[in-house]
Design a protein around this ligand. Structure first.
Ligand code: AMP
Length: 281
């Protein structure tokens, strides 16, 4: 496994590798959710590439950036065991040298829900993902459905800028009790960890209501709401533009919940199969 620290080094390492090249961007602190993306990537691609970069541009809160977990040795060992060929792990100065000022705005989608709670977040995500895709030039890029609005933002970026990359959304990996795996779960206290179950269980209840034929968003939301949780949002949305659900397209039940030290996001698809790849849209 080769670790590259600069864009130039990554481009050189990728010059003659077998294709298709699959790419999984991460911020490190890898867990079983990430591992599932890598397993899918190595199963479908001749060369698997990871990136580890805690992207300062997508954090609206400096303390959150400081406290983001960093587990470099563990991450490298896991990536090696999963058969990843190349790890691109640039420092902030490589990605954003002095004078850097270009950012990517994907439009109204980036202002809703996560974009509204975390202003500038999706400009940071779209900018770093575009830089990473240009550096790695993969055939396929793997993103977790856990961050459903991020998937929609990347689908739009790839589509609007004709990037020619196939976006592969991967279903959310959960703990056996239902909590979606996240690097942020480690910041939940013991009581909060118990309380957090209300988030996923509520979403499952909303999904059950949908499966039973309920189509009124307010009633689905009422079925999903845990009164003990502090929601930033809980909504039924269209999976592509995050506007009101549209009959002909997949819908999502999405939520963000605040805890003392952290916030968790989660979602469930309400109708399957979920189609978010630009080829399929
Ligand atoms: P992050 O390191 O948090 O930026 O995540 C890197 C990638 O892993 C993103 O595409 C996430 O959506 C994905 N991911 C994180 N947690 C999960 C999970 N529990 N299930 C599936 N994918 C996940």
């Amino acid at each position: 496994m080769r670790v590259c620290r600069s864009v130039a080094e990554a481009r050189l390492a990728l010059r003659d590798v077998p294709r298709p090249v699959g790419f999984v961007p991460t911020m490190g602190a890898l867990h079983e959710g990430h591992a599932t993306l890598f397993r899918r990537c190595t199963a479908e691609c001749a060369t698997a590439v990871a990136s580890i970069f805690v992207n300062p541009l997508q954090f609206d809160d400096a303390a959150d950036l400081d406290q983001y977990p960093r587990t470099w040795e563990h991450d490298l060992a896991l990536l090696e065991s999963l058969g990843v060929a190349i790890v691109f792990a640039p420092g902030p100065d490589e990605m954003y040298p002095d004078g850097f000022s270009t950012t990517i705005d994907v439009g109204p989608l980036a202002t809703l829900y996560e974009g509204s709670c975390r202003p500038g977040h999706f400009a940071g995500v779209a900018t770093v993902v575009l830089k990473l895709l240009l550096a790695i030039a993969p055939d396929r890029a793997y993103f977790g459905q856990k961050d459903a609005q991020q998937v929609a933002v990347i689908a739009k970026l790839i589509h609007d800028l004709d990037l020619g990359v196939t976006l592969v959304p991967v279903p959310t990996v959960r703990d056996p009790d239902g909590l979606a795996l996240s690097s942020r779960n480690a910041r939940l206290g013991a009581d909060e960890r118990k309380q957090s179950l209300g988030l996923s269980q509520g979403l499952f209840a909303g999904r059950d209501a949908w499966a039973a034929g309920e189509r009124d968003s307010e009633r689905i939301i009422a079925a999903a709401r845990d009164p003990g949780l502090d929601y930033e949002y809980l909504a039924v949305v269209d999976s592509q533009d995050f506007g009101p659900p549209q009959k002909s397209r997949a819908a999502l039940l999405v939520a963000a919940v605040l805890f003392e030290e952290t916030r968790l996001i989660d979602n469930v698809p309400l109708n399957i199969p979920l189609s978010v790849s630009p080829e399929e849209s």
